[in-house]
Design a protein around this ligand. Structure first.
Ligand code: HMG
Ligand code: MG
Length: 298
């Protein structure tokens, strides 16, 4: 008994592109978002408001947000690590902000330059101000099964982070396998720890496919009743602070899996494959989506 429909969050423009060494023009990112929403995606992570020294590819956040042709019913999300980021994001009118913490201490230090406890202290006023402005607040929880610096991460660490996120008013949390090391049962343990603090409809999965486990992990989460997932068109991406981390599960592959099981997504797979072909051509490399490659080869 899988959920009858799944809500997809397209993270290609943000997670997918943040690690690209070559600066991509804002116009290409804007066109990508247009194509994704035309394909039926209703929730898109567009950019992040982080230090341009740390993540140069996201330095054009204002230009990208300003260039969007917004479609009603589409939720535009952005990453915000601190108050400075929120102040920068507010004039660009995101519908949702994402604060991002880690279940492992070492990754917290590498990614956002502070401890887990300090990150929660930083997020608290961000969450409060965003919610006061009517903006939905999601939390990303990195390294929920493994950490590139610490190895295995215990479910208790995940539960602890979820508890802290809840305590400061984060409305939804994503269980992320940052380096894709997770396997289905470990992923289920991470969700179960999270579900001690959040309801099923307040959690989502965020799987990187580094070890080829992302679809299996998705199915494991679906079997627990999880009905929201992040995915990246053409399987773009990787995190600059997680060496070797490849892209998120490709949105095309996830949609194919879901449709094949009779789960509704609202996404037009053919249009999505075309959006993936557009960005792959702009980057000058083949799509990372197996489904896209198979369909384009027909
Ligand atoms: P810091 O150096 O500790 O911050 O960085 P600071 O407050 O000491 O400020 C240092 C400098 O950064 C100052 O500039 C600030 O103005 C500037 P300077 O005086 O040196 O010129 N600064 C900012 N600039 C723009 N926007 C801001 C901002 N804040 C400070 N918001 C900080 C702390 C978090 C800013 C830094 O570590 C950073 O930007 N990290 C990047 C983190 C990132 O984007 N990681 C990738 C996204 S997370 C991810 O991919 C995981 C996810 O997909 C889930 C998963 O897969 O696990 C979500
Ligand atoms: Mg990620």
């Amino acid at each position: 008994n899988l959920p009858p429909k799944v809500h997809l969050v397209e993270v290609g423009p943000r997670d997918g592109l943040q690690n690209e060494a070559q600066a991509l023009p804002a116009a290409v990112k804007i066109e990508l978002v247009q194509r994704l929403q035309a394909a039926g995606l209703r929730h898109i992570e567009v950019t992040s408001y982080v230090s341009p020294k740390w993540v140069p590819q996201m330095a054009d956040n204002h230009a990208v947000m300003a260039g969007l042709v917004r479609q009603s019913g589409v939720r535009y999300a952005v990453l915000v690590p601190n108050l400075k980021g929120l102040e920068a994001a507010l004039p660009d009118r995101p519908d949702e902000i994402v604060v991002f913490g880690s279940a492992s201490e070492a990754f917290s230090q590498k990614n956002i330059n502070c401890s887990v406890a300090e990150s929660i202290e930083r997020f608290a006023p961000v969450v409060q101000a965003a919610r006061a402005a009517g903006i939905f607040v999601r939390g990303a929880m990195s390294c929920t099964v493994g950490c590139p610096y610490e190895g295995e991460v215990a479910p208790q660490q995940v539960g602890q982070l979820a508890r802290l996120m809840k305590s400061i008013g984060v409305q939804h949390v994503g269980v992320a396998d940052t380096t894709g090391v997770g396997t289905p049962l470990k992923v289920q343990r991470a969700f179960e720890a999270t579900l001690q603090h959040y309801a099923l409809h307040e959690v989502s999965g965020h799987f990187h496919d580094t070890y080829g486990q992302a679809l299996a992990n998705t199915l494991a989460a679906l079997q627990l009743g999880v009905a929201q997932f992040d995915a990246s068109v053409a399987g773009l991406g990787g995190c600059p602070y997680a060496r070797g981390a490849s892209g998120n599960v490709a949105t095309e592959d996830l949609v194919y899996l879901l449709h094949g099981m009779g789960v509704h997504t609202g996404v037009d797979l053919e249009a999505l494959v075309e959006a993936g072909a557009y960005i792959s051509a702009a980057l000058g490399r083949p799509s990372g989506s197996r489904v896209a490659r198979a369909l384009l080869a027909r």
